[in-house]
Design a protein around this ligand. Structure first.
Ligand code: SF4
Length: 243
């Protein structure tokens, strides 16, 4: 199980936005959302994907990863004077859910009463682990703008398992100005989960892109009765990684 990075920062999005947070980013994803259009070059190859594409293109970025060691990460977490929330992210962290190191980490965090939040694309069913009952899930279900096939990205069985087995889960959906015209999938999702919390988030891996989309997405959210979440880390750090 490979670690892309771990760092102390502030949760920039969703229901815990603004909260002191320790991010643990695992390598690997079952999607490759090239529709988000972030372009990076690595070893003379041009890669297109999302703002965490270095966690997704595992072959190309393997030289930047470390083997994840649960004990080392726990020592780092224990060293903080003020307990941060813990964000388990990727890539798609749930592809590792059967790895013993993943299980050991989650058992420790829950036993020691850390607030744990997963960031997931909500396409993988949760295993029936007890620790999930104490974890929060941001379900970043991908819409057509991700350019992934619909049957792969909207998995009701996986969403249902997260809603059933977690402490609390909410939807976090990325949109840009253009998507506001054609948003049938978003309303289909809300119709299927009328009681769930939906947060709309402007697309953008840079401050300029965020600025171009934020106002339209916010106004669309207000008009249609959705919540809105900004992306604090991009506002402050632009596209700097590891912050
Ligand atoms: S699911 Fe998330 S991490 Fe994976 S490619 Fe899509 S946006 Fe990136």
């Amino acid at each position: 199980m490979k670690l892309v990075e771990e760092f102390l920062s502030i949760q920039g999005e969703g229901i815990f936005a603004g909260r002191l947070a320790y991010f643990i980013r695992f390598a690997g994803c079952n999607f490759s959302c090239y529709g988000f259009g972030v372009v990076k070059s690595k070893n003379n190859k041009t890669l297109i994907g999302c703002d965490t594409l270095r966690a997704v293109y595992t072959n190309e970025f393997s030289d930047e990863y470390k083997e994840f060691e649960t004990g080392i990460t726990i020592q780092k977490i224990k060293s903080f004077k003020h307990k941060p929330m813990i964000v388990i992210t990727g890539g798609e962290p749930l592809i590792h859910q059967e790895n013993p190191k993943f299980i050991e980490l989650l058992e420790y965090l829950v036993k020691n009463e850390y607030l744990v939040q997963f960031e997931t694309n909500a396409s993988i069913c949760l295993k029936e682990y007890d620790f999930y009952k104490n974890c929060y899930f941001a379900m970043g279900v991908k819409l057509a703008n991700s350019k992934m096939p619909k049957e792969k990205r909207i998995k009701y069985e996986a969403i249902n398992s997260i809603l059933k087995l977690s402490k609390q889960a909410f939807f976090k959906v990325v949109l840009d100005k253009a998507d506001l015209e054609d948003n049938q999938e978003l309303f289909e999702l809300r119709n299927a989960y009328k009681d769930a919390n939906f947060y709309l988030m402007p697309k953008g891996a840079t401050n300029d892109e965020l600025r171009a989309n934020a106002k339209s997405v916010l106004e669309f959210a207000i008009k249609n009765g959705f919540n809105y979440t900004d992306r604090i880390h991009i506002r402050i750090y632009d596209d700097l990684e590891g912050v």
